[in-house]
Design a protein around this ligand. Structure first.
Ligand SMILES: Cc1cc2nc3c(=O)[nH]c(=O)nc-3n(C[C@H](O)[C@H](O)[C@H](O)COP(=O)(O)OP(=O)(O)OC[C@H]3O[C@@H](n4cnc5c(N)ncnc54)[C@H](O)[C@@H]3O)c2cc1C
Length: 378
């Protein structure tokens, strides 16, 4: 049976990010790495957006915005994002960029197979695919198992689910200078529902109908909502050039408790998705750097995770939205009305001081959060 130092089960965002950090770090030179993914990662399977002050990914960023719109039924606000920019990376550009980085590195291997199982056998691990088995010192798993979260009641699971259309319109209906983060002016139907628009030009955009809720909708419901939204903004004649859909877990379930000495869960499977927003990209960049630095000096993955105050804030937020899914727009409007986008981003990046946290918390409907707090305390 072939042996590797490290095997990555799943080779998407988090696996590539961790391997990228490893190949940059001399401590890992000469260590053999196998990345196993069922997919060839050659298609544009997702569009990532994130806010950023740095220029780390600018070589593959295809569009960025300095302004964004937040809207509700009774107000519309243009947000100046300075000192951040909202940036977009196409999945295919990211995957190709990663392959270019590791080109010529003989220690990194790819395998397109379906992983069936992996487990730890004392001093090493075994990974089984549909046709082969391998051993390794350590496994990094990013294959998400939703059952793990569904089979418990302590930590509710919401989903950020959406369908997006890339459209090309006949008339000029988009403003390419401003992205639309959240437009809650659409019917809420007892959920947290909004439109998200990434305009590339006056006639081209990605328009997504998004929910933060427990249950998915029938596909037609997302698509009908997008068509209606486009009609409302004057896009009568348009062509759909591509579609995307997603379903991102929003939970504070302690995934890290499943880590063993030699197996770590990374990416969404490791709880690297920010529970209150579904954003994962930036957190993955940070966690990947931290994980590789950790592994350069430590050997036991169980020591990697550290719980912080933001985990508790997210817990209360998910409790509130689980109980009162109809009030999501009220919570977000409170925040976007009273707090600067820069502070909101800093808070979501988990970099704020306690005094800054209080400014954000104060802007949210207090009764809802106090009730959630009491529910968790008692
Ligand atoms: C359409 C879409 C848009 C998103 N947009 C954003 C965004 O704008 N900003 C943001 O921060 N986050 C976004 N996310 C959330 C998150 O960033 C992505 O889901 C991200 O790819 C998560 O990284 P990951 O490594 O956890 O999982 P993935 O990148 O999904 O990697 C997991 C890999 O495991 C493979 N796999 C699964 N099962 C098996 C198996 N049995 N055997 C072998 N391989 C297997 C899959 O093929 C996949 O490549 C988006 C998600 C989706 C789906």
């Amino acid at each position: 049976m072939q042996h590797y130092h490290y095997i990555f089960t799943g080779g998407g965002l988090s696996a590539m990010m961790v391997v990228y950090e490893m190949v940059k770090n001399e401590k890992f030179s000469g260590q053999s790495i196998l990345i196993i993914d069922a997919d060839d990662k050659q298609t544009n399977d997702r569009t990532w957006c994130f806010w950023d002050e740095q220029d780390d990914f600018d070589g593959i960023v295809s569009k960025s915005w300095n302004q964004a719109v937040y809207a509700d039924t009774d107000f519309r606000k243009v947000l100046d994002l300075k000192p951040y920019q909202y940036k977009m990376i196409q999945g295919k550009d990211f995957y190709d960029g990663f392959r270019r980085t590791i080109e010529g590195k003989t220690s990194v291997h790819f395998l397109q197979q379906k992983v069936l199982d992996f487990h730890e056998l004392g001093q090493h691990c075994i990974v089984k695919t549909d046709t082969q088995s391998f051993t390794c010192n350590k496994v990094f798993n990013s294959i998400f198992n939703p059952e793990m979260v569904r089979n418990q009641k302590k930590y509710p699971l919401l989903q950020q689910h959406f369908v997006g259309w890339f459209v090309k319109t006949k008339s000029q209906v988009f403003n390419p200078i401003k992205a639309t983060f959240m437009d809650f002016s659409v019917a809420q139907n007892n959920n947290t529902r909004f439109m998200y628009v990434l305009p590339f030009s006056e006639t081209e955009a990605l328009v997504e109908y998004t929910l933060f809720s427990k249950e998915l909708l029938p596909r037609e419901e997302y698509e009908t909502a997008i068509a209606k939204y486009l009609e409302n903004i004057g896009a009568i004649d348009f062509e759909i050039t591509e579609k995307e859909h997603g379903n991102i877990p929003m939970t504070v379930y302690p995934f890290w408790k499943q880590n063993t000495k030699n197996i770590i869960h990374i990416g969404s499977a490791g709880g690297w998705t920010k529970a209150s927003t579904g954003y994962t990209f930036k957190n993955t960049v940070k966690k990947s750097k931290a994980l590789v630095q950790f592994l350069a000096t430590e050997n036991d993955f169980r020591k990697f995770h550290q719980k912080n105050k933001f985990w508790f804030y997210d817990l209360l937020f998910i409790d509130v939205l689980s109980r009162r899914n109809d009030l999501g727009s009220t919570v977000f409007s409170g925040m976007f009305c009273h707090v600067s986008p820069a502070l909101i981003f800093k808070f979501l990046d988990e970099e704020t001081t306690f005094a800054e946290d209080l400014k954000i918390i104060w802007s949210c409907p207090k009764k809802l959060f106090i009730r959630a707090l009491l529910g968790r305390l008692f």
